[in-house]
Design a protein around this ligand. Structure first.
Ligand SMILES: [Zn+2]
Length: 178
C-alpha cells in the first residue's frame, strides 16, 4: 500500500517563515519585523520589512529611539513598517489576501490593511498587546470584519528546516556523494 507523502511544512508555517526571513533584512538594531501578503491560491504577492523610506539617503537618518531628542532626530520620523512596505510595494491588488506578520500590526498599519480589504492577519508575536496602538488596531480589525489569529513556528520545524538546508548545501559541495 502506498501513502501520499505529506508536505513537511504547512502553508501557514511556510509563509510565516517567509515573513521571518523578510524581518532578517531589517537594519533596525532593536526591532526587526517582516511581513508577506498571500492570495487565496497561496501565492505570495508581496513582502516587506521595517526600514527607512525606500530610496532615501539613510546616512542622514538616525536609528535612535529616544523621543526626548525630538521626532526629527529619531527613527520614528522615517521608518516604514513591514506591513506598510508589503502593501506599498505590492505589484497588484491585495483585496482578500492574508497578511503574515511577525509582530501584531500597529494601528497605522491596521488602517492600511483595512483600507486595502485584506481578509486575515496571521501573527507570531503580540508582545505589545497592552499598548494603545495594538488595542486600536484590534478595534479597527473588528470593525472591518478582518480575522486575526496567532500561530507559532515550533523549534522542531526549525530543526527540520536546518537539516534540509544543510543537506542542500552538502549536495552543492559534494555533488550528493558522501
Ligand atoms: Zn505598523
Amino acid at each position: 500500500m502506498t501513502t501520499t507523502p505529506k508536505a513537511p511544512i504547512s502553508w501557514d508555517e511556510y509563509f510565516m517563515l517567509q515573513a521571518m526571513m523578510a524581518s532578517f533584512r531589517s537594519k533596525d538594531p532593536s526591532t526587526k519585523v517582516g511581513s508577506v501578503l498571500v492570495d487565496e491560491n497561496n501565492h505570495q504577492i508581496s513582502m516587506g520589512y521595517n526600514g527607512f523610506i525606500a530610496g532615501i539617503d539613510e546616512s542622514q537618518i538616525p536609528w535612535t529611539k529616544d523621543l526626548e531628542q525630538g521626532l526629527v532626530n529619531t527613527k520614528y520620523g522615517y521608518v516604514v513598517h513591514a506591513e506598510a512596505n508589503a502593501i506599498l510595494h505590492s505589484p497588484r491588488a491585495i483585496e482578500g489576501s492574508r497578511c503574515y506578520v511577525t509582530l501584531f500590526p500597529c494601528n497605522e498599519c491596521a488602517k492600511l490593511i483595512a483600507s486595502k480589504k485584506v481578509k486575515e492577519v496571521v501573527y507570531l508575536s503580540d508582545k505589545h498587546q497592552d499598548k494603545e496602538h495594538t488595542i486600536v488596531a484590534k478595534k479597527i480589525f473588528d470593525l472591518s470584519g478582518i480575522n486575526y489569529r496567532s500561530m507559532t513556528v515550533t523549534p522542531n520545524l526549525l530543526e527540520e528546516l536546518q537539516g534540509h538546508l544543510k543537506a542542500l548545501l552538502h549536495d552543492v559541495q559534494f555533488g550528493g556523494k558522501l
